[in-house]
Design a protein around this ligand. Structure first.
Ligand code: BG6
Length: 488
């Protein structure tokens, strides 16, 4: 199938995983800056100094002890501190993207680069200037930036002094940050996403268990509510500042299948879709909580701090488009699994019909078609796949090349299924592959989990020249874009 001429082909990265320069030009730290490197077996840790002055660390996702302060420790390695040095090399990188014919480039703005603490009245001028330069560079090549406003990187100061998203005040701080983006970059950026993978807060608790029982769910639903309101306010501000703005939600898309045809599994699967996927999409696309929200809240005794004004904001702040990441599918069952998945991000039963990556992520292109058709039918809004890719070990071969046929095949099969979904009526407007250039893994902090069409010479200890080198997939993706998806 030939994709439409205006189809947005491109790639995606995030500030905290790519920029580096974590303390340059007045940037403040984010939680990702006190997060160590890990691996498929070893978690990433958050480091701190406890109330007695002793250093310590706790697995990412669990709280630090009472009275402790987040801290960068001397004997730990923090891969996000230098990322892939996009901060200093963005011109070279954008030129390489242009070389592939990118129409769109998804990136995020680091909140603490614009507002180092998060609660200031005015932004950091050097941070504002940096992103303007990046967007101007994109403009030079006719590449549309697609900007994620929040990609897992709340300023550390807001975490420490306000309790992060547990605090309603964050809505105002976020709105100020978002307004700054819309105002400063008016005319340079028109595609925006408010929160990356907003549904992770609850979904990850379900997938991996939690440490705080109902309490943790209660906190999670409350944080989500504040983020929904913040997102809705940003959407309204974005439209008011420039009516040309197209603003989307961003959901971590996993396609869930029932493990058996036992009606109990069918129902459990439906409920997983509701809790993990539809809950956030419904609020952000339809402007109100879905009917099943009451059941979910009752499950954990949730009693939201939610005002009439909040509900009105949600109604007035519906997103213009639905965007999502897609890497894998997963199984829901009330029966004990014969074989379980072992990996860093997936959990539960292994699907015997699918193959798994070295990190335990299921390769399932049909799952992408299923997701696209299901979601488009539900919201009937333009839809975009803003993350999709294969994290894999790459080797530089004797001839000096990186022959990543496995990555080409991963993307080829997913693009084929996107085409099928479009034939079936889905208004799919774009595809940005994840980690179009190798970057620090969010889940494990590794460099060796590589997604890129462009290789970056950096290892898991931060050593390397940081030089860029194109892989076979670079040339392949260029051809795909040039031929509008007919040469796969
Ligand atoms: C998504 C995130 O969860 O998946 C990205 O939006 C992340 O930030 C991507 O990098 C891939 O995950 P990982 O753990 O392989 O980096």
């Amino acid at each position: 199938m030939m994709f439409p001429e205006n189809f947005l082909w491109g790639g995606a990265i995030a500030a905290n995983q790519a920029e580096g320069a974590w303390d340059v030009d007045g940037r403040g730290p984010a939680k990702t800056d006190v997060t160590t490197g890990g691996s498929v077996k070893e978690p990433r840790y958050i480091t701190y100094i406890d109330k007695d002055g002793n250093p310590g660390k706790t697995p990412n996702g669990s709280p630090i002890p009472e009275g402790a302060r987040y801290a960068v420790l001397e004997d730990c390695y923090y891969p996000n501190h230098d990322g892939i040095d996009f901060f200093h090399r963005y011109k070279e990188d954008i030129a390489l993207f242009a070389g592939m014919g990118f129409k769109v480039f998804r990136m995020s703005v680091s909140w603490s680069r614009l507002y180092p603490k998060g609660d200031e009245e005015a932004p950091n001028p050097k941070g504002v200037a940096f992103y303007r330069d990046v967007f101007l560079e994109c403009q030079k090549y006719g590449i549309e930036p697609l900007v994620t406003i929040w990609h897992f990187d709340t300023p550390l100061y807001l975490e420490e002094h306000y309790g992060g998203w547990n605090n309603r005040k964050l809505i105002d701080f976020y709105e100020r940050f978002a307004r700054t983006c819309f105002t400063e970059y008016k005319g340079l950026v028109k595609y925006w996403l408010t929160f990356n993978e907003i549904n992770n807060t609850i979904m990850m608790l379900d997938l991996f268990g939690n440490h705080g029982g109902h309490e943790e769910y209660r906190a999670g639903y409350q944080q989500l509510h504040y983020q929904f309101v913040a997102s809705a306010r940003a959407v309204q501000a974005g439209h008011e500042i420039d009516p040309a703005n197209q603003i989307g939600c961003m959901i971590c898309g996993i396609t869930f299948y029932p493990g058996t045809c036992d009606p109990k599994d069918i129902l459990a699967n439906r409920h997983t879709w509701e809790k993990s996927i539809f809950y956030c999409g419904d609020v952000q696309c339809k402007g109100k909580y879905p009917s099943f929200a009451k059941r979910l809240w009752a499950e954990h005794g949730v009693d939201l701090d939610m005002t009439q004004q909040d509900l009105e904001e949600l109604r007035n702040g519906c997103v213009d488009m639905y965007t999502f990441s897609y890497y894998m599918s997963s199984i829901v069952s009330t029966h004990e699994a014969k074989e379980t998945v072992s990996g860093n991000f997936t959990a539960g039963a292994k699907n015997p019909y699918l193959q798994y990556s070295d990190w335990g992520w299921a390769f399932d292109p049909e799952g992408l078609q299923y997701y696209l058709e299901m979601i488009y039918d539900r919201y009937e809004k333009p839809i975009m796949v803003v993350e999709n890719g294969l994290g894999a070990y790459d080797t530089i071969e004797e001839d000096g090349g990186i022959h990543d046929a496995y990555r080409i095949s991963y993307h080829r099969e997913h693009i084929k299924k996107m085409a099928e979904a479009m034939k079936n009526g889905v208004d799919l407007i774009g595809y940005t592959t994840w980690g179009c250039i190798d970057l620090v893994s969010a889940g494990t902090g590794e460099m060796r989990k590589r997604y890129g069409f462009i290789y970056v010479d950096k290892d898991d200890e931060g050593k390397g020249t940081f030089d860029r080198k194109v892989k076979d997939s670079y040339h392949w993706y260029k051809k795909v874009i040039q031929s509008r998806g007919t040469e796969l």
